[in-house]
Design a protein. Sequence first.
Length: 201
Amino acid sequence: MSTISHNPNHRSELRSRAVAQLTGADAQAPARTNAAEALGVLYDLASSPATAPNALVLLHELQVHQVEVELQDEELRRSRAELETSLARQMQLYDFAPMGYFTVDRSTLLRELNLTGATLLGCECDAARGRSLESFLTPDGVSNLRAMLGRVTAGAAAAWADLHLRAAPDAQARCMHASVCLDPAGGGFLIGMMGAAEPKR
């Protein structure tokens, strides 16, 4: 992925490219047009004995700086396009993963969840956001969830437990294998959840 570097070597390379673009045989038309307009300013400066010696140097520096900025803009646009493509790919992987993913705050209010997570909870993503994950769990599921969060808060890298989702009146509670870790963004937890295998009859 392209990145914009501010180290001296990168700036030197950028400057060399800018100079080549301005003075080379393949100089671009916009750069030449700007150079032609700048010749008028150079003429005015060169008309005065006090400014004539530095006029050409100043003009060249301004031209090189302009092309440096244009080259940086090209790199930024390319980096942005790559980042947007990568983000779209990650969102696809997140939303359509075969596992439910949830981001909750310290009080277990749902901030984010993927499509699989919403399906597990039996509601739309927008309807689930802002609700407590505990409201979807049985009492023992709530206890297990709090125990997991307590272990991670106390310093564990991750914690695992089985959580039981509340069921519709005509169905049984469903057992889910769950894992939890701290949200790197801070202030909450990341929870993964997938259905446990049904016992053989």
